[in-house]
Design a protein around this ligand. Sequence first.
Ligand code: TXA
Ligand code: MG
Length: 341
Amino acid sequence: MEAPEITLILSPQEIGKAASIIKSGGIVAFPTETVYGLGANALDGEAVSKIFRAKGRPADNPLIVHVSSREMLNMVAMDIPELAFKLMDAFWPGALTIILKRKDVVPDITTGGLDTVAVRMPDNEIALALITGSGVPIAAPSANISGRPSPTKAEHVIKDMDGRIDAVIMGGETRLGVESTVLDLTVTPPALLRPGGLGLEEIIGTIGEVKVIEESVRSPGMRYTHYSPKAKLILVEGERKSVLFEVKRLISESRKQGLKPGVLVSRESAMDIECDAKYILGSVNDLKEVANRLFSGLRFLDEAGVDIGIAEGVFTEEREGRAIMNRLRKAAKERVIKKQE
Ligand code: TXA
Ligand code: MG
């Protein structure tokens, strides 16, 4: 890689430098326990607009505001319901973002013009030190170019953002690997808007009922792309043996068409699949491993220069599995569902 143009902040001792950039209206990428975020002072509309520009993000997609204390939460949100305190006590700092009523100090650009605000306290020392050091809540989407897989390593951030942002804090690999769970607390019962690193089961165990909004089946071509590798990705879902059979068939079919295939597979199927560009997502029995390796896997297809990607969607939709399958479906251009044969 050529020498990057962004400032690389290499040690925790240098976080003060990153905090000064935030305070003076700049944008800095930093690690959280989920994925890397691209941060700016959430209360400074001018600074936040730089995030949208750097990512190429549609202006109507609101950002999550990251806080390091309850006082900071009170700066941005009001009329906070009892359920929110229950959830914060149980899961903050952690991979849970809650939607609350916003205060007027939060500029429209941060919330996409909504009268609500998304807030989360990340469970990462570097992130917390950055927020505390800046003294302001930090608005941060994932630090990828809009539409690309979220970054779980500083190298992913540099790849997408070099020349577009002021600095990146090099914080190693993120622990969870999928983004936070987003829960709307302005409706009754609370609604799950995005499955994520914190399992829905754990939330239900704490507050009882949660409404799960099933995303309507999007018609091809009518949807935003998300998490997408450059090559077309086909997701094969269903029972593992039937999926394995279909994946093999798709590999040979694409070879016949003169295309170079790449696969994202479970550890269980890996031995049975012959392919030059093969990435093991992890074991079907270890959803944490799969969550952790997922976005690197989507980026792997680009690095391997494949013409077509084929992914095994064989992970149970429980705990992290709900987020894993959600991200795979969003990344895929085509979805094949195999019933047991
Ligand atoms: O783990 C994460 O959540 C990471 C790290 C950096 O914290 N951040 C992240 O941000 O994934 P982003 O911008 O990629 O995703 C934020 C999600 C989007 O789906 C957005 O639409 C939703 O949260 N969101 C933000 N504010 C909202 C609001 N007021 N109402 C409803 N949804 C909101
Ligand atoms: Mg994102």
